[in-house]
Design a protein around this ligand. Structure first.
Ligand SMILES: Cc1cc2nc3c(=O)[nH]c(=O)nc-3n(C[C@H](O)[C@H](O)[C@H](O)COP(=O)(O)OP(=O)(O)OC[C@H]3O[C@@H](n4cnc5c(N)ncnc54)[C@H](O)[C@@H]3O)c2cc1C
Length: 299
């Protein structure tokens, strides 16, 4: 994979940082006080700005319009983008779409790429990943009840999922379902199948409240049921029984990105704490930061 020349990388980070500070930080009050869905027109404008700045989908190879960054380089970008809760979304490298983009690049057929990958690359649609189930521990993705049974040309999917992030408003889900129940190896029982969300039998029950907020649109985590949900067998991603393997492929780089995003969040929170300590005056000319306990927190 081609990479940004070493000497350009710091200027790339500086460009991203400048854009976030000048054009994205000012949107945060709205983000915190209004439903995400109401911000979509403003966010859509910013996404166009990111495209114009040639910073769109930085994590993707150049042939898909990305910057062709190595994982370690994108980790640094992810840290910068983590400085605001809107960063990854505006650059089209937000979970769960980022993981879906990767597995579609690796495993989709030419037809699936045309129908699902390319609209996602262009930011015309969003997607979700539907693996975790309420009835089973999400930490053990070899154990699930959702099934996909072959019937004629189709799969018929039945199951119950939750924490399907960003399902609200998504165009399609990539669903983990058991296709090979008799397979003795537990990690070869399930497959990943693409399900357009307008398919009959795909139903969002609710957006689950997370930290007291059920959210909306991209900023949400849904409970979903699949009731005799019928999709063509050509919607299978990769081969039957490869669901676990493909899930591991997405989760590996995902861990690095999520952690670096959190480093970015922590750095921003720390900067805000220092700024507040320096400027909040307890009495004229005596800032909060003059107090030893506050200094100890910062140190
Ligand atoms: C905000 C959010 C977004 C999410 N988005 C998605 C999504 O888009 N798609 C999706 O499919 N899922 C998603 N998930 C689900 C996530 O993958 C699961 O929550 C996760 O896998 C853990 O599963 P669980 O919640 O069922 O906890 P469990 O697996 O039931 O674990 C419960 C507790 O046991 C601990 N534990 C588990 N196994 C062990 C062990 N072997 N030894 C010691 N301790 C153990 C865990 O650390 C945890 O504290 C999301 C979750 C959250 C919170």
């Amino acid at each position: 994979m081609e990479s940004v020349p070493e000497n350009n990388f710091p200027s790339l980070l500086a460009k991203i940082r400048g854009f976030l500070r000048e054009e994205v930080f000012p949107l945060e009050r709205e983000f915190l006080s209004r439903p995400f869905r109401e911000l979509l027109p403003a966010l859509s404008e910013k996404r166009e700005r990111v495209k114009a700045l040639k910073l769109w989908t930085p994590q993707l190879p150049k042939e898909y319009g990305g910057l062709g960054l190595k994982l370690t380089e994108f980790a640094r970008v992810s840290e910068e983008l983590g400085s605001t809760p809107l960063g990854h979304y505006l650059f089209n490298c937000q979970a769960p779409d980022a993981g879906n983009l990767e597995v579609l690049i690796e495993h989709a057929t030419p037809e699936q790429k045309e129908l699902y990958l390319l609209p996602l690359v262009r930011g015309e649609v969003r997607s979700c990943f539907s693996m975790t189930e309420p009835e089973h521990p999400g930490s053990n993705p070899t154990w699930m009840s959702t099934t996909a049974v072959r019937d004629g040309e189709d799969y018929v999917i039945n199951g119950h999922k939750w924490f399907t992030s960003s399902a609200d408003g998504a165009a399609f889900a990539i669903v983990m379902a058991v296709t090979n129940p008799d397979e003795p190896k537990p990690h070869k029982k399930a497959s990943q199948i693409i399900v357009p969300t307008d398919t009959k039998g795909f139903r969002i029950v609710r957006n689950i409240s997370v930290m007291g907020d059920e959210g909306s649109d991209y900023a949400s985590h849904a409970e979903v049921v699949y009731e005799d949900c019928r999709v063509p067998q050509r919607n299978l991603l990769g081969r039957e029984g490869e669901g676990f393997l493909i899930a591991q492929e997405r989760l590996g780089p995902g861990r690095i990105r999520h952690c670096m995003r959190w480093v970015g969040i922590c750095e921003r929170a720390f900067d805000m704490m220092c700024e507040h300590a320096a400027h909040r005056e307890l009495s004229p000319g005596v800032p909060l930061g003059s107090r030893q306990t506050v200094q100890a927190w910062i140190a």
